[in-house]
Design a protein around this ligand. Structure first.
Ligand code: THU
Length: 160
């Protein structure tokens, strides 16, 4: 038996303006997308913005349903729309922001497990990591890839 410690690297920021222009732009796009979420049941408005390798920014937000299980998270709405529109263009970065009662949550906004799994698939598909920017009013966390959010993930090569 061996005990092992695995390391997760993060960057944490307390101020939006401490991030690069590109990251700030993506965060603002995610915050804007959160405004247009359809979240009448949870009243938790989530916005996601995806930066593609062609420079385009694709936005998405959570879409809820009276049959609660039929809704979809902001991150997957944005990613799936990006892939549907540009199936051959890699994803460079994704920012996610959440608002409730009209205010940003303190943060960092943590993506759900299913969204993490989809990040892993996107990284496998385009063979490159996605810079993940988890917004918040008090703390913004940046990760250099989905491995940090979902270690030991089920990936295409897990199928054997
Ligand atoms: N939600 C997202 O949009 N992204 C996540 O990663 C976590 C949760 C949405 C789903 C639902 O509409 C609401 O937030 C409350 O769970």
């Amino acid at each position: 038996m061996q005990k092992k410690i695995y390391q997760i690297n993060t960057e944490e920021y307390n101020n939006l303006t401490d991030l690069s222009e590109t990251d700030q732009q993506l965060i603002l796009a995610a915050r804007e997308a959160a405004e247009k979420a359809y979240a009448p049941y949870s009243k938790f408005n989530v916005g996601a913005a995806v930066l593609l390798a062609n420079g385009e920014i694709i936005k998405g937000n959570n879409q809820e349903n009276a049959d609660f299980t039929d809704g979809l998270c902001a991150e997957r709405v944005a990613l799936f729309f990006a892939h549907a529109t540009y199936p051959d263009v890699a994803v460079k970065a994704l920012a996610v922001a959440a608002k409730t009662g009209g205010k940003l949550i303190p943060g960092p906004t943590q993506p759900c497990g299913s969204c993490r799994q989809v990040f892993v698939e996107t990284e496998s598909r385009f063979k490159q990591p996605i810079r993940l920017i988890l917004d918040g009013a008090e703390k913004i966390m940046v990760l250099d890839g989905a491995d940090s959010l979902l270690p030991f993930a089920f990936k295409p090569d897990s199928l054997g």
